[in-house]
Each structure stands twice: as C-alpha cells, then as structure tokens.
Design a protein. Structure first.
Ligand code: FAD
Ligand code: FAD
Ligand code: FMN
Ligand code: FMN
Ligand code: FES
Ligand code: FES
Lengths: 306, 257, 306, 257
C-alpha cells in the first residue's frame, strides 16, 4: 500500500490512528479479540455497555436473525462497574489503543455515578453515553427519545466529569438532529449514531413474539441506508464530530459514512459474524482510498456533492 | 481459535435433511477437542449474516467433519456447498468433554446430537467401557449406525420415537435399567432441550456423574455478545459458547425439572 | 390441499377471497401480470399511485439495491387520472378481483379531485389514500407526517366520496399509531402500512448521493422487523381493519403480519423480483396454515400471545 | 415471457471478469428474438433481491447463452453457479432488433455489448452484408473473437482502448470511413453509455439508419416499476425494459450530444 495514504483521524480532543472503532456490545471487553488480531491496529474500541451493578440480562432467546439484519434483546447483561474496572486495567495492559466506556443507567443518577467511576480511570480515553437505556423513572422511556432529557443528562455528566464525552443517539425518536443539537448544546464533545432500530419478530409456532420484551433492536447491513440518512442529517446539524455506524461491513461502507459527514465510524454486528472484520475493513479502506485517490479522510468528510 | 476461510472437500447427503461436511481445516483439525464446536458460514454474503454453530463430529488432520441437519437458511446455504467451495470457519470453540480413563461411560445422543457424541466415543472408547443410547424421531433421522459400530462401543441401544426402526421409544425409555445393568459411572449427552429435560428427570439424582452438551442460539460463538444465555440452578445465566457447551447436568435449570 | 382451509378475509366493507394484495407501485396496473397468472387468484390489487395529471417521474437512477432491500425514488411517474380510467376499464374486463386505486396529490385539493374521479368508477372497489406524497403547500411535508393534516384530509375525502377508504401510512413520522387514530376518527374504513422508510445511498465514485433527491424509500425484506413493529402498534390502537406490509416474501411472513393484527397484507418489492410471487405466497400460506392447524385467519388475527 | 427456474448447463470463465453461462431454458430458447434480454437471479435468496438483466447471446433449443461481466453482487452470485444448479429466469423480455434483408449493416459492440450484437450477427449475416466494429478497454476485455469469425461477417474491425490487442482506438475511431467504404445503410450498436454518446456525435446525422440497444438499472424488467427510465429527445422518459431495450438512436437524449 502506498505510504501516502493517511488513515488517521483528528477528533479535536483525541487523535486516532484510523477511523475504525468496534461498537459497544459487539466487541466484548476488547481482550477477547486479542486472539484474532492485536488491538493496537484499531482506531479505538468501545466496551460493552455498563451499569453500576451486575445485570443478568434478558431471558433467551436474545437474538434473532432477519434478512441481512439482527434483532437483539440482550438486556445489557454485564458484570457491573467494579468488575469492569479490573477488566479495563487488564485490557489496557495489552494495548495503547484508546478505550471507550459505554455508560448506561436506569436513572440520571446511575448514569452519573457510572460516568464518575470511569472518569477517574486513566486507562479510559472517552466516555460514550448510551442514552438509549430504558429509564425506570421515565416509565421506560430512554433519554434519547426526548431532547430536554438528553440536554439535562448530558449537562449534568459534563459538569461532573473531565473526559471527552461521546453521546450515542437512538434512531427511535422523532427528530434525531434535534436531540443531537441538544447534546451539543449541553457540552457533548462528539456524537455517535445510530443505536439499533426497534423491531419485532414473531414465532409462528408459538404464536408469540420471539422476544419476551416483544421489541428488540435491529442492527446490521439491513439498516445501513437508514443509518446513512440519520448520520447525514445529524452531521449537517451539529459542529462537533460525528461517529457514524449502522450496518458497516466493508471499507467502502466506511467511506460512505465519511462522505455524509462522519469523522470516524463504529462497526457493530459484523464483529460477531466475522471476528477479524476490523483487519479486513482497515485494509479495504486503505485500498479503496488509494483507488479513489483519497489520501486523507478529511478531504472527503461531509463533502457529498449535492 | 481462528477465523479462517477453509475449503470444502465433500458435502455428502446422508438422509432426509442430514448431511456430512468434510472440510480441509488444518488448524481446526489439530486443535479441536471432543466437545468443541465450530461456527460455519457458507459464504461471505450478508444474508445469512452470522455464522452457525456445529459440534465437531470428527477430525483427522488436516480434515474436520461436521454432521448437520438443515433447519433454516444458514444450514440450507451450507447444504449447497460443494467440493472446492470456500467456507468460513471459526474454531475450535467452547470447552471439551472431560477426560476419563477406566470408567463405565454411557453416551446419550438425540438426533443430530450424535455429532459431538461421535467424537466423544472416538476419544473414550480406547480407555473406557463405552455404551451408547441413540434415539431419533424416525428411521431417516437415526443415521450413521454402521460408522458407530466400528468405534469399539461395548453396546449400542437404538430407538426411534415412532418405532420405524430399531426399538420404539425414547433415549430415556430404558436408561435407568441400562445404567444399572452396566454399572455406569458417567453419562455424557447431547440432543434437543426436550430430551435433556426428560433425562434430567430420569437420571438427575441417581448418583451418576452427568455431563451435557447444550445448544443455544449463538451470535458470536466466542463469548462477546451474550446471546447464548442458559439459566443455571444458581439462577444466573451462563454463556453456552464460552462457559460451555459442556456443562454438568445439575448446573442447568431444566424447565421441566 | 385440504378443503377445510379458508383463506377468505372479511374487511367488513368487502370480502376478499384471500389476504394477498399486491401493493401500489410494485404491480403496475395489474394487467401486466396477467401474462404470469390470472389476476383472479388475488385477494385484491392496488394500482400504481396516480395524480391528476401525467407525471414524468424523477431522473435516473431511480432504484438502488441495498442489503436485502431496495431504495426507490421513482417520483410517482404515471399517465394521469384520465388515462388510468381507460386502463382500469381494460383491467376490470379481464378480472373480477377488487381493484384498489392509490390516490396521490400534491395538495389536499388534488387528492380530493383524484379521489372523486375514481369514486364514480364502478370498476374500482376501494380508494387507497397515499398520504406520503410530498405536499407542495406544506413545504414538501407529506400529510402522513402530521396527525392533524391527516385528519383534515381524510375527513374531506370521506365527506365527498362513497367508496371504502384505505389510508396508507408512512413510517417516517413520530407517532404512527396517532396518525392511524386520526385517520380512523376522520372516517377511514381501514389502514394500510407501511410505506417505504426514508434512507440514503452514496455513490462513492461520484462522491454524491445515488439519488438526485438524496432521500429514497427503503422497501423489501430488510424492513420487515420494523414494519411488523409498526403494524402491531397500529393494530392495537385502531378498531378498523389494518392491512400490513413491509418485506413480505413468503406465506410465513403473511401469517406473522396477521398474528400482530393485520386482517390482510400487501406484497411489494417481491413482485418486482419474482412476478409469480403471488401464486407462490398463496400456496405457501395455505400449506403453512395447514401445518399449523389454522383453518381461518380470523382465528389468529392479532392473537399474539404476550 | 415466463418466470421459471431453469438449470445451469455450464458456466464458463472466459477471461478477467467475463463468463459465458449456458442454461437449459426451453421456453426462452424457443421465444427469444435477437435484441431480447432476460432477467436472471442465482438463487431464491433475499440478498441480492432483484433479478439482473442480460442480453441474449445466443439460443439453440433448448439452450440459451448469456455472456456477462461480473461487476457487483448480482453478477458475482451468477458467476458462482455451476452445472446443475437452478437459476431464476424471466424472459424473453423487451423488443427486438428490427429485421433486415439485403442491407449493408454495421454492428458496433463495446465490451460486454457484444452479447446482443452476437445474436444480431447470427440473425443478419445470412441475408445481409454484415460488418462489425468491436472494441473494449484492453486485450482481456475483447473476447470471443474466434467465435465471431465463424458467423459470416463481411469484415471485422477490432480495437482496444489501450492498444494491448488489435488496433489501438475506440469503436468510433474509423467508423465514418468504414461506413463510407462499405456503403453502410444501417447501424446497430450496444455498449456503455459513453460509447453511445460518442457514437451519436460521430454518426448521428450522416444518413444511416441507427439503432441502439441500451442498458439501464432495472427493477422488474417487464414494465411495471418505472425504474429503467431513459430520457428521449421529446423530453419524456421511456422504459428501457418494455419500450426498448432497442431504440432509434435519434430518439434518445444523449448527454454529450
Ligand atoms: C454448540 C452447538 C453445537 C451444535 N451442533 C450441531 C451439529 O453438530 N449439527 C447440527 O445439525 N446442528 C448443530 N447445532 C444446531 C445448529 O447450530 C442450528 O441448527 C443452526 O444454527 C440453525 O441455523 P439455520 O440458519 O439453518 O436456522 P435458522 O433459520 O437460524 O433457525 C431455524 C429455526 O431453528 C431455531 N434454532 C436455530 N438454532 C437453534 C438453537 N441452537 N437452539 C434452538 N433453536 C434454534 C430458530 O429459532 C428457528 O426457529 C449446534 C448448536 C450449538 C449451539
Ligand atoms: C437490457 C440489458 C442488457 C444487459 N446485457 C448484459 C449482458 O449481456 N452482459 C452483461 O455482462 N451485462 C449486461 N447488462 C448489464 C447487467 O445487467 C449489469 O451489469 C448487472 O445488472 C449488474 O448487477 P450486479 O448486481 O453485479 O451489480 P450491482 O451491484 O447492482 O452494481 C454494481 C455497479 O454497477 C452499476 N450498474 C449496475 N447495472 C447498471 C446498469 N445497467 N447501468 C448502469 N450502471 C449499472 C451499479 O450502479 C453499481 O455501481 C445488461 C443490462 C441491461 C439493462
Ligand atoms: C448484540 C448487540 C449488543 C449491543 N449492545 C450495546 C450496548 O451495550 N451499548 C450500546 O450503546 N449499543 C449496543 N449495541 C448497538 C451497537 O453498538 C450498534 O449501535 C448497532 O449494532 C448498530 O451498528 P451495526 O449495524 O454495525 O451493528 C449492541 C448491538 C448488538 C448487535
Ligand atoms: C418501486 C416502488 C414503487 C412504489 N410506488 C408506490 C406508490 O405509487 N404508491 C404507494 O402508496 N406506495 C408505493 N410504493 C410502496 C409499496 O407499495 C410498499 O408500501 C413498500 O414497498 C413496502 O412493501 P415491501 O417491503 O413489500 O416492498 C412503492 C414501492 C416501490 C418499491
Ligand atoms: S454466542 Fe456470543 S456470547 Fe455466546
Ligand atoms: S425495469 Fe421495471 S419498468 Fe423497466
């Protein structure tokens, strides 16, 4: 590959060696992937979403494959914040790649508590606020569905933490750009989107929903056109960096998200289907950039010709 | 464990919807232990999207065999593979059947559950007294009996639910008697959930050391997605892919129990 | 096939011989399919959307395939209402299957005008109001995006027409059940959904959107889980019959939509990929019903076990 | 036109990304006329979703040949077909090349555009004086020359853009001279849009009767979806699939013109 191609990305508050960031919930705690490739090759990676206390997660089935897509209702199973701290120390000892913690909460208080715990860990580079968690006090609604709730929550977190804050938006709301703007106004350092789309699957034999919670989140290639639309709309609206995701499986997909305005991308479901996907996607990205005479992503970021 | 593109050597139709896939997968053949499984995907296409889990039926360097049943789109795509086709292979995955020497072991297989059990027989037969109970819905589902005969089993008990071949009955029909007659110390089983539920009911408390190899819907196969949860008697979830697929029978919260 | 299986569907205002209704824009004007199978086998069929005057449609490209999906931006090309009347007379002469006209308009006035034209044609059984058409006076917004606009429009049409009115909802709005309810309150006889989801595709070589209008509508199997969710929510909300659609390609898919509450279904993109799809789907539906011991769809309609 | 599952007889790699598919499709073979096309899909899967259009290269009851280039996922899936595989076939579709007798006809093919032109040669050569200009990017893109030699052409002019085989140049390079030298009365061409634009520029107004066979993105192939629009000089859109794919050259609004 020609030396002239520079994959690095400058988000302002951090410099990444490339724009490939495995997404929360699809990359475990990072260390599991060390068996497949050195974590050092990544731009950064996001850990599975974490609440304060250990969580069992939902009863099975937790996934259901649809046409070119995946519905999941894992229920954010996880070991809790204290245990995650240990895991992060272990992971950080094997790589210098920036680690992003996906902060969850059933209430604004819990979000804040979790954020504070990881804010003081030097091994953590960025906090990603997963505002798609059902909020017990708001009747199961998640902050991402409401502009004002998002503003309040982000502001509170920013006032009490030091680390760069990435706010991860849900597509399941009326006006995604408005929520993005609220996050920016409240001090978010960057935006990531999309989380999964709400969908339903039916088990014909049981005449019941496949999932106990009825709804589950749709991810994977099926959603790519919908995700590209939302990333484009948000990138046009905010001035902070946008991290795009939704159905990315190839180097070309990465460039499409960059063209609509993403500074970097997250790769989700493909990491489950193909653990070495990151290696392939970085290689394809470099090759495709060379073929299209793009030497640096900033040349094309948001430069969709209308 | 490795994520590789391997080559299909043969994809043989056995009966009904059952097939035997032989792939050239040196790393897998060298490293797979009895009880391990692999994740397979027929192509690099986007639908089906995820790989599918299959027990290792046998290995002989550089080859690995997988015995599978077509049940949906992933297995249908695998059934379309032909010699020389590429196939995506992730493995070996999961834990293994425990090792034994000098024991009286009863293996129990339901339907396609014979796949990992076959590999267990190969492993146990040389140094233990191995018995097999093997059952399936009907004649066409009870395959590979000739192959099994050559593996050094002490005795084999065959059943079909509908009596269309061998004994009419379930794997549980005579199991207590068989265990008693042959002084069985260890059981190792693989089959559908309903079989495990009955098994747990029949032999759960009778003093044998009981191991099971579970199936579950799997997203990744190597422990990162939490798709493959199974409820334990401690009221926790374990991951079938990385905590299992082999568990002690009493560890699992069987629904019927 | 056993005689005991009854595929017929009673919508209250009309009886259909089965629940399979090819959807607007994917079945031409019906007559083109007579080459593949007799139109008589269908429950009903919907003609391509029609405005008052002939329309050229959008510049190419008009379609773009995505993973298990199709983006389209046809631009509702068509011959105009007068020409369609002739086509309908021709089509009605070859089949007794109920013909549904998909009524479009750039303004409320045009919708009404078009509706009135077909309201007086005895060859037409149902009017389907396509409230997803961009409205010139509302700054390009479509009535489906707004509950009040939907109410006003549906009421006006109902007050001035005699035929049963099916109102076709868009998924690209905040609260789809609320729009459905507005349509019901305004007098709609039944609801159909979903129309296509807005998405974007990028042409990497041109560094431009694939479509001149940037946005296009996503249809096909990719959207099925999202469509099932919306049909379920709407069917729970309204008391009039709901016609479900979105990614249906098999008899099993049909039963899934019926389980979440659809009285009948429309089949879209699959008709383009496989012109004989209707024949296959009706056969599969019958076979699957037999296998699952369902003798009549009303036994399972909306009976999802929660 | 029929929508059928047919059987692959042979799927031969020709060069680079070019293949020749031979299918057993009796209805198609009996009814396809020169200029007609077919819609093909490799499997009944959902990704790719739609069939893809291909000109009929040749027929010989009960067989039909399609010459194609792999450019994306639909053609890649077709390239994976092997003998005995099923393939979804819709056709014959579209209008045909007009019939001629006793004319001096110049056929012009760019790259894979040779497919329908080949069928046209078979049709015209017996009763007309047929000349061929055939060009492609480079040597490996200019295929089937030996086959073409046996079809009774009066003369064949071959070009590659990069001069890696035959004459360096484009199909338009000598076309005016060739038309003049051989008293050409009719031209029939098929190739990429850029070729048509240059052709229209070169021979649009010189008195020959000019026909073109167009490509367009197609959703259905039989006139119902309005995907395949092409702008005419009357500032309307026509459907390439059902109004074409064969048009009079002057009917089309070429962008460069
Ligand atoms: C560790 C392990 C080892 C296995 N070993 C073998 C083997 O050796 N041979 C073999 O034939 N199969 C084996 N299986 C099962 C096999 O993985 C599934 O049959 C396969 O994944 C189905 O894929 P599909 O795409 O064809 O079906 P899908 O289209 O995904 O599903 C078809 C239907 O089967 C159900 N289903 C699919 N997989 C499971 C599951 N694991 N548990 C419960 N329901 C399910 C789905 O919900 C759906 O209703 C094993 C599974 C596991 C977890
Ligand atoms: C009437 C007709 C006859 C044809 N005959 C032949 C033939 O004989 N042999 C042959 O090799 N090909 C032929 N083609 C072209 C062939 O249909 C396309 O190459 C094929 O559809 C591409 O499918 P894909 O899934 O591989 O590519 P996709 O993944 O769908 O597309 C790959 C890239 O090619 C572009 N593209 C695809 N099709 C077209 C098109 N028709 N026009 C412009 N851009 C396009 C896409 O936009 C995309 O950028 C014909 C097309 C038409 C309309
Ligand atoms: C199994 C699974 C688990 C996920 N868990 C989380 C999570 O813990 N936190 C979060 O913010 N997003 C989670 N997501 C969403 C992904 O991070 C990502 O936003 C989504 O899958 C879309 O990207 P994709 O289409 O590339 O998969 C999860 C997705 C999947 C498939
Ligand atoms: C090419 C195309 C054209 C369409 N034209 C119309 C139309 O004229 N009017 C309308 O109401 N819906 C139109 N639709 C939407 C379909 O009727 C249907 O709502 C949508 O495609 C979802 O169903 P599907 O996933 O089964 O395709 C069109 C869809 C496609 C793909
Ligand atoms: S399948 Fe992903 S954790 Fe077990
Ligand atoms: S491809 Fe559908 S109308 Fe031409």
């Amino acid at each position: 590959m020609a030396k002239t191609i520079d994959l690095s990305v400058d988000l302002g508050f951090i410099q990444l060696k490339n724009p490939i960031i495995p997404a929360s919930g699809t990359f475990g705690y990072g260390e599991e992937f060390q068996a497949f490739f050195p974590l050092d090759i990544l731009g950064a990676f996001v850990l599975k979403g974490i609440y304060k206390n250990p969580r069992k997660g939902n009863p099975p089935p937790r996934i259901h494959e649809t046409a070119a897509g995946l519905l999941n209702s894992i229920g954010l199973a996880g070991p809790g914040a204290e245990e995650l701290k240990k895991i992060i120390k272990r992971t950080a000892s094997i790589t210098n790649t920036p680690i992003i913690v996906n902060v969850c909460g059933e209430s604004d208080e819990e979000y804040l508590e979790v954020a504070k715990i990881f804010d003081v860990m030097e091994e953590v580079s960025i906090l990603e606020l997963n505002i798609s968690c059902p909020n017990v006090k708001a009747g199961g609604k998640c902050p991402a569905q409401d502009r004002d709730h998002t503003f309040r929550l982000v502001k509170q977190i920013k006032e009490n933490t030091q680390k760069p804050l990435m706010v991860k938006l849900s597509p399941n709301t009326h006006d995604v750009p408005a929520v993005a703007l609220a996050a920016q106004e409240a001090g978010a350092d960057c935006i990531s989107l999309v989380n999964t789309f709400l969908g339903v699957a039916v088990d014909l034999k049981k005449r019941a929903p496949v999932f106990k919670n009825v709804f589950a989140g749709l991810s994977g290639p099926a959603i790519k056109p919908l995700a590209l639309k939302l990333v484009w709309e948000v990138a046009k609206t905010v001035s902070i960096p946008v991290i795009g995701m939704g159905g990315i499986t190839s180097g070309k997909d990465v460039l499409e998200f960059v063209l609509v305005g993403a500074s970097a991308v997250q790769t989700g479901t493909i990491n489950m289907a193909e653990p070495c996907a990151s290696v392939r996607i970085i290689k394809e990205l470099e090759e495709t950039m060379e073929a299209l005479s793009i030497t640096n992503l900033s040349e094309i970021k948001g430069r969709l010709k209308l | 464990m490795k994520d590789e593109t391997c080559i299909v050597i043969e994809n043989r139709h056995i009966s009904k919807k059952y097939y035997m896939l032989k792939i050239k997968a040196p790393y897998l053949a060298e490293n797979a232990k009895p009880g391990n499984f692999v994740m397979l995907k027929a192509s690099s296409g986007l639908d089906p999207l995820l790989k599918r889990p299959f027990g290792v039926f046998n290995t002989n360097y550089p080859f690995t065999w997988v015995y599978y049943e077509v049940v949906g789109k992933g297995t249908a795509a695998i059934a379309n593979l032909r010699a020389d086709d590429p196939v995506q292979v992730l493995g070996p995955l999961g834990n293994r059947f425990p090792a034994f020497t000098g024991k009286n072991i009863l293996l129990v297989a339901g339907g396609r559950g014979i796949a990992p059990i076959h590999y267990a027989i190969c492993d146990y037969a040389p140094a233990n007294n191995v018995f097999l109970i093997y059952g399936a819905r009907s004649a066409g589902d009870l395959n590979l009996v000739e192959e099994l005969k050559g593996l050094g089993l002490k005795k084999m008990f065959l059943y079909t639910d509908d009596g269309s071949a061998y004994q009419k009955g379930f794997v549980t029909t005579d199991i207590r008697r068989i265990i008693a007659d042959h002084h069985i110390e260890v059981t190792v089983s693989c089959g559908p959930d309903a079989m495990f539920e009955s098994l747990a009911h029949e032999i759960g408390g009778i003093g044998t050391e009981n191991w099971v190899s579970l199936e579950a819907l799997m997203g990744c196969g190597f422990g990162i997605c939490y798709s493959c949860a199974v409820k334990t008697t401690a009221d926790e979830y374990k991951k079938v892919c990385s905590d299992g697929p082999v568990f002690k029978m009493e560890e699992i919260a069987w629904q019927k129990q």
